[in-house]
Design a protein around this ligand. Structure first.
Ligand code: GTP
Ligand code: MN
Ligand code: MN
Length: 611
């Protein structure tokens, strides 16, 4: 190949390229010319590559290797203290029309955003290596699978992407000229002048997380942190994919995915569930049932893609290949399966370091170590009066290490869904479980997911913080159109549609304690859900949905809960009517884009409540 006519940067791209796809080559060249990296490297996803990049990062001080005997193949990264979470106020949906982004997203016109952003990317990778990271969301070639490429100047992002996605040559080879794929660009926004020393966690005070749904692009600038830098996850698999799904007839959801086997009949079921962040998806995904009769296996803990199959049922995949989970609160008592999964090959971010080179975080063990190095690298003792691990500290771990992993995670074309759960964190009003009266009623349940504001947050205590479908920060288009898409999906699926339920593990008594034991005991709710789907268990009609009839919820072994059962299922018409008023207010912001069917559901609810 003659390279004499190419500019030096274009030459760097062509010489290193591991694809001949002209569209990819052209795009990578354009980004390289814009960002001006010192080197270009195409990732193949191999173990050698992992070893090389981790060694370089250990050498440069960006990764701390953990004790090989305690946590083999694992590393600790410490972020800049200002770069520890997703930045919702710096997250933008840049659709051509503002109305398409809807009232719940930050919107900037694509041209205006490009004009503002491209000067930031100009030379932003100077002094650094530009990594080209091809990845597949789902098994390469699968019916629900999508492909993408992330260009990044962060080796930390590369390592995390190798865990979180099917990353490497197979994904790159899967992208055919003329085919659909998502282009994502990430820069930490910290170019290095010649001879300038790097810092452990480069980033920029100014951050942009931008999405261009019409051209299937993500441009992320200034942050090295998970949700802002691993662009396969929230940016692609939810924000961009939700728009692709709307256009192509499928759904991208903030949902866990489970396989359930009835051990008596041997019959399999699949269930997905949408709960807002920090409301227990990862916990439920790793459920250890406390009642006999069920085997529960993990397929996904955060994102599910749903698409009608040729047989007319709704099929689901977990498009990811790893867990990016919150560490604090994960321990032997709350989530033993997660603890087993984390035995090695894990990247920890912003947790504490023990004196023998292992990790620790609040809630990991009952006893607190006498001495630690905290997430910022300072000496720490229990008397320090501050958390040792950052509250949003994380682990990144391959899903294949999960002891409860289902073989269905590998299913090329996904698994058929039997039930969908929607849940929030509700101290009042919402019963433990209720089946929707219809698909449309289920969509209404999803659209009204909420948690109460507590004294810790701004606003009136008791006011509802809405998080429809747990997608408020993740829906890449107008939320009202999204509800409309769900309603249409129901029409298309008809009788074959999964049944929809609402759950709430978090109801509290007047004394402030949780009324329902939760965690493994949530298997009792799942048991009722699946038996209801099968028509084996009876329900009782209430104004808000169908709840278990007397004696239909298995409480054997936790008989004491029976005393609280009335409270757990109490439906107070007055509070529910007040809630209906809040729902009306919430819906109002969507104007005439709100699907009429949701108004009809609201009116139906009011009537059943006796309004
Ligand atoms: P993201 O990964 O951020 O999307 O959130 P997630 O939905 O996976 O949240 P996660 O599982 O990390 O939420 C954990 C929080 O929920 C912890 O505070 C748990 O103690 C709590 N939790 C999970 N399951 C239960 C339950 O059944 N009952 C109660 N009371 N708390 C629970
Ligand atoms: Mn989670
Ligand atoms: Mn999440």
């Amino acid at each position: 190949m003659s390279t004499t006519t190419l500019a030096p940067i274009a030459e760097l791209v062509r010489e290193s390229a591991t694809t001949s796809n002209p569209e990819i080559l052209q795009w990578v060249t354009e980004v390289a010319e814009l960002t001006q990296p010192d080197a270009v490297y195409w990732c193949d996803g191999s173990q050698d590559e992992w070893n090389r990049i981790t060694s370089e990062m250990v050498e440069s001080g960006s990764l701390i290797p953990l004790n090989m005997n305690l946590r083999p193949g694992s590393f600790l990264a410490r972020s800049n203290p200002s770069d520890v979470a997703r930045v919702e106020d710096r997250t933008f949906i840049c659709s051509e029309n503002e109305a398409d982004a809807g009232p719940t997203n930050n919107w900037v016109a694509p041209d205006a955003m490009r004009a503002e952003l491209m000067p930031k990317f100009q030379g932003s990778m100077r002094g650094r290596t530009m990594y080209v990271v091809p990845f597949s969301m789902g098994p390469v070639g699968g019916a629900i699978t999508q492909l993408g490429v992330e260009i990044t100047d962060s080796p930390y992002a590369v390592l995390n992407m190798r865990i979180m996605t099917r990353m490497g040559q197979a994904a790159l080879d899967g992208i055919l000229p003329g085919g659909e794929w998502v282009r994502t660009v990430h820069s930490v926004g910290a170019p290095l002048e010649a001879g300038e020393a790097d810092v452990e966690w480069p980033c920029n005070d100014l951050k942009y997380i931008t999405h261009f749904p019409e051209t299937l692009e993500v441009w992320s600038y200034g942050s090295g942190y998970g949700g802002n830098a691993l662009l396969s996850k929230k940016c692609f698999a939810l924000r961009i994919a939700s728009v692709m799904g709307k256009n192509e007839g499928w759904l991208a959801e903030h949902m866990l995915l489970l396989k359930l086997t009835n051990t008596e009949t041997g019959k399999d079921y699949h269930l997905s569930a949408a709960f807002p962040s920090a409301c227990g998806k990862t916990n439920l995904a790793m459920l250890q049932p406390t009642i006999p009769g069920w085997k529960v296996e993990t397929i996904g803990d955060d994102i599910a893609w749903l698409r009608p199959g040729t047989d007319g049922r709704l099929y689901a995949i977990n498009p990811e290949a790893g867990f990016f989970g919150v560490a604090p609160g994960t321990g032997e008592t709350t989530n033993p399966v997660a603890m087993d999964t984390l035995w090695g090959n894990t990247i920890f971010t912003n947790v504490a370091l023990t004196d023998d080179g292992d990790v620790w975080w609040e809630g990991m063990t009952d006893s607190v170590p006498a001495h630690l190095t905290d997430w910022q690298g300072n000496s720490w003792t229990p008397e320090s009066g501050r958390p040792a691990a950052h509250p949003n500290s994380r682990f990144t771990v391959p899903i294949q290490q999960t002891p409860t992993l289902s073989q269905d995670w590998f299913e090329h074309d996904g698994v058929p869904l039997d039930a969908i759960l929607f849940g929030g964190r509700r101290a009042t009003n919402v019963p433990l479980v209720a089946q929707s009266r219809s698909w449309n009623h289920g969509v209404f349940m999803g659209a009204t997911i909420s948690s109460e504001k507590t004294a810790a947050q701004e606003g009136t205590v008791g006011e509802l913080r809405r998080d429809p479908f747990a997608m408020l920060p993740f829906c890449g288009y107008n939320m009202a159109d999204y509800w409309g898409h769900w309603l249409e999906m129901g029409e298309q699926l008809g009788e074959q549609a999964p049944r929809i339920f609402q759950v709430n593990w978090f109801r509290k008594g007047d004394d402030g304690r949780f009324l329902w034991p939760g965690f493994g005991d949530n298997s009792r709710v799942i048991d009722w859900v699946i038996r209801s789907v099968e028509g084996e268990y009876e329900g009782r009609e209430t104004p808000i949905g169908i709840v278990p009839a007397d004696g239909q919820l298995n409480l054997s072994g936790i008989e004491e809960v029976a005393d609280d059962l009335d409270e757990i299922f109490e439906i107070d018409p007055k509070s529910w009517l007040a809630e209906a008023d809040m729902t009306e207010e919430f819906f109002a912001q969507f104007g005439d884009r709100l699907p009429a069917a949701l108004n009809a559901e609201l009116e139906g609810l009011r009537k059943r409540l006796g309004a």
